[in-house]
Ligand binder design. Structure first.
Ligand SMILES: Nc1ncnc2c1ncn2[C@@H]1O[C@H](COP(=O)(O)OP(=O)(O)OP(=O)(O)O)[C@@H](O)[C@H]1O
Ligand SMILES: [Mg+2]
Length: 182
């Protein structure tokens, strides 16, 4: 397994949003090459109970409270972003939704590699067909936007499950990504 990348963090946090029971989710990635990458993921899902909002950021929480299983997605992201001199924010309103954002300083020696953004977007948009994703990606002055419904309109409602159509979606995302910064 390779080194963990910023793209891996994005997939992890998007998985949380996808599991939240939301019908819509928003992902924004803003990168300035060699300088900074900020990503924000927002959902309208169940939210995190107020009394757990600190606990979910503690990687040792699971050891203490055996019956409640918490993972490492949020604490690892917080640690990785702050290690670069960046920032991490979690805002969650029970019953209304959650917003997670992180800023990485790309020129810091402790910053993980950006990784494969096109593959991350592909993984996210195909992970749960019941979630309508709105994705925005920018690199400097360039950028692109996609939504789940846009792919469904172009390739049909089954486009996230039929392999040949999934391949087309991956190619669209890879082309969009390659067109940046050119
Ligand atoms: N967007 C969200 N909406 C609702 N609850 C969330 C959201 N994000 C995180 N949580 C809650 O916080 C917990 C911790 O999230 P975290 O990503 O750190 O670990 P995990 O998802 O449980 O496991 P994994 O290590 O597989 O990511 C989740 O189990 C969930 O209860
Ligand atoms: Mg998680």
């Amino acid at each position: 397994m390779g080194l963990r990348t910023l793209a891996d963090h994005i997939v992890d946090i998007a998985q949380n949003a996808s599991d939240s029971g939301t019908s819509q989710a928003w992902l924004q990635i803003e990168e300035i090459e060699g300088q900074s990458l900020i990503f924000t993921i927002r959902d309208k899902g169940r939210g995190i109970p107020k009394n757990l909002q600190e606990a979910v950021l503690d990687p040792f929480y699971t050891e203490k409270v055996k019956k409640v299983k918490f993972g490492l997605g949020l604490p690892m992201l917080m640690f990785a972003a702050k290690a670069t001199g960046g920032e991490f924010h979690l805002e969650s309103e029970p019953g209304a939704g959650t917003c997670v954002s992180a800023r990485f300083e790309l020129n810091n020696v402790d910053c993980q590699p950006v990784g494969d953004i096109a593959m991350a977007l592909f993984t996210i948009i195909t992970m749960n067909q019941d979630v309508e994703w709105h994705m925005e990606r920018s690199l400097g002055e360039d950028g692109y936007e996609f939504s789940s419904s846009q792919f469904k309109e172009a390739f049909g409602n089954n486009c996230f499950t039929v392999p040949v159509k999934m391949k087309l979606i991956l190619e669209v995302l890879q082309d969009a990504e390659e067109s940046l910064g050119g």
